[in-house]
Unconditional design. Structure first.
Length: 373
């Protein structure tokens, strides 16, 4: 089979057998004849011919890899559909952020045992938490925030929000009450938490105000404006999660200040005595703390911040870095939640069937992102 082409070449295709699909297509001059295929020396008379091979099918191994990738993608899409997520990365973000909050609350659930609570709290804290005003508020804070943190993740599952509205509302009201009361109690104990350092106190107070205000604004907009409700509740939960990032920053920074070796925190003598529980050691390490009543001595002494110097040094290192860790984590969370809210701003206005307020959706109208609060 031959066909002429404009530039003086002809296309010859040879099919060797029906079962062999490997064709050899060669462009040769029109003047080419069968007798000129070979020269007298046996070499090809047309060595400049351009040969084109059709693309081959992928090898078996690449097919298997592609099939596995397709199965994983199909599984991810099915899981997203089950949970009600419509955006590409929503399920991943839910597992990362929601899973971190759930895991942290479950990991700290053992603190609900008061004996374990005393053992795991930073050394020296129960010098003050033994007082009723702090002990009761500390227990309430631990219980309510752990339970609220476990339940609040359900609020961000679209399948519950769309198909079980009553469950969404009941769980939402429960979480709001738990988190608000828990953070009020947390604000009360902030006066003595981590030594009562002013930078830590201010961070805890600001966080409590931000979370409570966001939760109340979210409650206010439950029936007035569900889009604003979504934004405020996102903010409140992200602010609530600041303690997770702050803890990670604290664990890293206390190691850094310990290696630097020039940081100190101020302790009352009775706080040092509470940790050492030995008057002889107290007087040896801090002679100025010598007193007839070591358990009630308000004199302040500097304690070296180092995780390599026992419980007292470790607690001092935590006190040094806790306020800084809280402020850095707060700034990070504020920036991230606002970036996320703005990046998902238009989703509620342009997708019919997935808007938060279906009754006011007009398919003929072009919706654009609006800044609500």
């Amino acid at each position: 089979m031959s066909s002429s082409v404009d530039d003086g070449y002809e296309l010859q295709s040879t099919l060797r057998s029906p079962t062999s699909f490997a064709k050899s297509e060669t462009f040769r001059p029109v003047s080419y004849t069968l007798s000129s295929i070979r020269k007298s020396d046996g070499s090809s008379n047309y060595g400049n011919a351009q040969t084109f091979q059709p693309p081959k099918f992928a090898e078996g191994r690449s097919r298997i890899g592609q099939n596995r990738q397709n199965r994983l993608l199909s599984f991810y899409q099915s899981l997203s559909w089950i949970f009600g997520f419509k955006e590409k990365f929503s399920l991943i973000l839910f597992f990362i952020c929601g899973g971190a909050l759930l895991g942290f609350c479950l990991a700290r659930a053992y603190l609900m045992n008061e004996k374990v609570m005393r053992e795991q709290t930073v050394p020296g804290e129960f010098r003050w938490f033994n007082l009723n005003i702090y002990r009761i508020n500390y227990i309430i804070h631990i219980y309510l925030t752990i339970v609220g943190g476990i339940l609040v993740g359900l609020q961000f599952l679209p399948t519950i929000r769309r198909k079980s509205v009553l469950l969404h509302r009941i769980n939402g009201y429960t979480c709001i009450i738990l988190l608000i009361v828990g953070n009020i109690c947390g604000g009360i104990i902030s006066r003595r938490a981590f030594g009562g350092e002013i930078n830590a106190q201010s961070a805890y107070y600001i966080l409590a105000i931000m979370l409570i205000f966001s939760a109340l604004m979210g409650y206010r907009n439950v029936k007035r404006n569900t889009r604003a409700h979504r934004k405020w509740m996102l903010r409140s939960v992200v602010y609530f999660s600041v303690v997770i990032s702050a803890r990670l920053i604290m664990l890293a920074s206390r190691l850094i200040v310990s290696n630097i070796g020039t940081y100190y925190s101020l302790w009352r003598c009775d706080e040092v005595f509470f940790v050492l529980n030995d008057e002889t050691k107290l007087v040896q390490q801090f002679p100025q703390c010598s007193s007839s009543t070591p358990s009630d001595n308000g004199l302040y002494v500097p304690v070296h911040a180092s995780i390599y110097e026992g419980k007292l040094g470790t607690a001092a290192a935590v006190r040094v870095v806790q306020g800084m860790a809280l402020w850095i984590a707060t700034i990070i969370h504020m920036a991230l939640v606002e970036a996320y809210i703005r990046s998902t701003e238009s989703a509620n206005y342009q997708r019919h069937g997935f808007v938060l307020e279906a009754r006011d959706f007009d398919s003929e109208k072009i919706y654009s992102p609006r800044n609500i609060y």
